[in-house]
Design a binder for this molecule. Structure first.
Ligand code: CDP
Length: 207
């Protein structure tokens, strides 16, 4: 069983994907971490994220990097959204994500293009939304808990920039798959969002 969870930054897709994985007893992959790892590697090697050749050179990262706290930084997310617009970067990370999706027993993946590109054959697809201001509030709280001094206005502006870049790129833009079930978490608690997600997936699996 493959479950695809897509949506913009801080929409709640990661929390929902992790909860679905635990509910159905299958592994989960946060695909954003792969693009964040490329971004961190670009920074470490002092490369230019806007240059496709530079970004490609950063795709060969050590898997240990995936656990590094630097990946969660707001700045890393911004650079991730620049490197992820390059078609060759997306191609370099594609097989790894497809292999994870198609492992025996199934998997939950969250990202931007899981339902459209990585696993168009997924058994259930969710597209998670929330208003930009609510997403900025959540991300700001999250970053503050981790010790960041970034302002709410900066987080909101970064989220809007990333939304625009992710939605307007020509390769695998952030868009709901035609057969995705929409879930707006703007006014839902975490528990309510998870229950709703499980109910939607159950309903789709029983069809
Ligand atoms: O956690 P958050 O939603 O803020 O970001 P993320 O899922 O870690 O993704 C960081 C960036 O990687 C996004 O802004 C996208 O540009 C890119 N990304 C992508 O292009 N495709 C994916 N499947 C996942 C992330």
């Amino acid at each position: 069983m493959i479950i695809a969870v897509d949506g913009p930054a801080a929409s709640g897709k990661g929390t929902i994907a992790r909860a679905l994985a635990s509910h159905y007893g299958i592994p989960h992959l946060d695909t954003g971490l792969l693009y964040r790892a490329v971004a961190a590697q670009v920074t470490r090697l002092e490369l230019d994220p806007a240059l496709e050749a530079d970004a490609i050179a950063a795709c060969d990262f050590d898997d240990h990097l995936l656990g590094d706290a630097i990946l969660r930084d707001d700045a890393t997310g911004q650079i991730a959204s620049i490197v992820s617009a390059h078609p060759l970067v997306r191609a370099a990370l594609l097989q790894r994500q497809r292999r994870f999706a198609h492992q025996p027993g199934g998997a939950v993946l969250d990202g931007r293009d899981i339902g459209t590109v990585i696993a168009p054959d997924a058994d259930a697809k969710l597209f998670v939304r929330a208003t930009p201001t609510i997403r900025a509030r959540r991300r700001h709280d999250e970053l503050h808990k981790r010790g960041s001094a970034i302002s709410y206005d900066q987080v909101l502006s970064d989220i809007r920039t990333r939304d625009d870049r992710d939605s307007s790129r020509s390769t695998a833009p952030l868009v709901a798959a035609a057969d995705a079930m929409e879930l707006d978490t703007s006014f839902l608690s975490i528990e309510a969002a998870i229950s709703r997600a499980i109910a939607l997936v159950d309903a789709r699996l029983q069809r």
